[in-house]
Ligand binder design. Structure first.
Ligand code: NAD
Length: 484
């Protein structure tokens, strides 16, 4: 652990030490450039400098071909995949939340599956009055805010999508994930610079604060904001005067009705709800089960390997793992920091229960007044609430999703119930008979991103999310259909 921390510090130190080497061109690629920030490999402590470097990089990228963009992205993909063990370990050691196996897997998956330039397209309108072509142009420099739950994975996904769209990015990472952010970004830039001679396509603020985020939000050189995080940062971005793509918080409910395959539902809830110790924003957070299959569902969860807490144990866990913040009307429950992203065995130990470290998920019956139901707990305990029928289950699911319109899940073989829930919840992602990650193409169809834009409506972000439409019209010519 110590060794890896040293390694990260060395990378940052080395990169910062190179800050003096302005303008030197050390590329072995075909095109050489000299930039006043070349050699920094994306590491900045000053917001103005980071934006200036990203602006220079944007201007250089704008001169390059789509093939070059692909080559740039291939370096990001290659490093995320080839170095997933080292970088995933750095992320785990720095953030101290989640599971190492999943930290590694997330980097590999994002490297492999984030949509790239192949996702770009143009549209054409051809008619009596000629031809109009709609193309997708970059915005320029994008400011990205990234969460502690997936520091480098979010940067990897954002960088691929944003650069595919022709943009550059300045990242203000979560302070508790800043070292892995800087370590990953410097590796990406170094490889890109060596091959293509463009540095600083991805810049990172090495000492991020709320003030540096705010400075980025309001910087003249920043053309767009992309925020991935909880309620406070989502609100700040929504209030910004710039175009914002906001990937906000979730509290995904699950409904299980009497027609569900209970063993399959149990396996799915464990897979999604325990992944990286429940840190995913799309992860199963509370389950509403119809009365007639409630006991059978609890038994299915135990058969599938989750450990059930009794009433007293649930109460004891609630006391230690949920706390409240704010004053007066703003007072509300939140997950206690020391419990977020910890293993099930850690949670159990805190209430004097000893279980195997291999247990992935704890669960127990609660009623809806238990704070684990409304709170986005981000820890591997899931409350199960008994409901009279599917209508009550859907109504409660809607209520406790809080109108985030993020993710909802149903286990059912009744298409009417699926339709009812889909309509009622109105979420960005709606999964039927699968774990949450199936909605991102991991075991289901579709594509992947770790920034799922909810209040601003872009959904699972892609390169097209980070582009602006431009139309080019030729009047009365170039339509080749019809008589000469
Ligand atoms: P967080 O909200 O504490 O922090 C997220 C980022 O915002 C960090 O970089 C933080 O420093 C910054 N930040 C916080 N308040 C800010 C403010 N007022 N102004 C500017 N920056 C601010 O969240 P977290 O614990 O890092 O991540 C978990 C949260 O993110 C959960 O709520 C989860 O649902 C959400 N999330 C959403 C998605 C999505 O795609 N919708 C993806 C991952 C995580």
């Amino acid at each position: 652990m110590q060794a890896t921390e040293e390694l990260i510090r060395d990378v940052v130190r080395q990169v910062l030490a190179e800050m003096g080497g302005k303008g030197e061109s050390r590329t072995n690629g075909t095109v050489k450039t000299t930039s006043s920030y070349a050699g920094r490999h994306g590491i900045f402590t000053c917001v103005d400098e980071a934006v200036a470097a990203a602006t220079e990089a944007f201007e250089e990228l704008s001169k390059r071909t789509i093939e070059d963009r692909k080559r740039i992205i291939n370096h990001i993909r290659r490093i995320s995949i080839d170095q997933c063990v080292e970088l995933g370990t750095m992320e785990m050691e720095e953030t101290k939340i989640g599971r190492l196996k999943h930290k590694i897997e997330k980097l590999k998956t994002l490297g492999e599956r984030t949509p790239g330039v192949e996702f770009l397209r143009s549209e054409v309108f051809s008619g009596d009055h000629g031809l109009a072509v709609i193309e997708h142009a970059p915005f320029g420099v994008i400011a990205a805010i990234t969460p502690v739950t997936h520091s480098l994975p979010t940067i990897t996904g954002n960088a691929v999508s944003m650069i595919a769209g022709g943009n550059t990015v300045v990242v203000n990472p979560h302070p508790s994930g800043k070292r892995v952010a800087a370590g990953g970004v410097s590796r990406f830039n170094e490889a890109i610079y060596a091959d293509l001679g463009i540095d600083n396509l991805i810049c990172v603020i090495a000492e991020p604060t709320i003030e540096s985020a705010d400075a980025l939000f309001n910087h003249r050189g920043v053309k767009m904001i992309c925020v991935t995080g909880g309620p406070a940062v989502a609100k700040a971005a929504m209030q910004s005067s710039k175009k914002a793509v906001v990937a906000g918080p979730g509290n995904p409910p699950v409904v299980v009705d009497e027609t569900a395959d209970l063993d399959r539902a149990a396996r799915c809830i464990i897979q999604g709800g325990s992944y990286d110790n429940n840190l995913l924003c799309i992860a199963e957070k509370e389950v509403f089960v119809v009365e007639s299959v409630f006991d059978a569902m609890m038994a299915a969860m135990e058969r599938a390997g989750a450990v059930r807490l009794n009433c007293q144990e649930v109460d004891a866990l609630t006391k230690v793992a949920i706390t409240s913040v704010g004053e007066g009307a703003h007072k509300h429950d939140v997950a206690a920091k020391e419990f977020i992203g910890q293993d099930a065995a850690f949670l159990a130990k805190a209430i004097g229960k000893h279980i195997s470290k291999d247990v992935e998920l704890l669960f127990g019956e609660t009623d809806e007044t238990n704070p684990f139901v409304p709170v986005e707990q981000m820890m591997p305990f899931i409350p199960f609430v008994r409901c009279r029928d599917v209508d009550e289950a859907i109504a409660k699911a809607k209520y406790f999703e809080h109108g985030f319109r993020h993710t909802a899940i149903i286990h059912s073989h009744d298409v009417r119930n699926m339709t009812k829930m889909g309509r009622a919840l109105d979420t960005t992602l709606f999964v039927k008979n699968g774990p949450c990650m199936a909605s991102l193409g991991l075991g289901g169809e579709g594509y992947l991103s770790f920034s799922i834009a909810t209040p601003t409506g872009e959904g699972v972000t892609t390169p097209l999310t980070f582009t602006r439409e431009r139309r080019c019209s030729l009047i009365d010519d170039l339509r080749i259909l019809g008589k000469a």
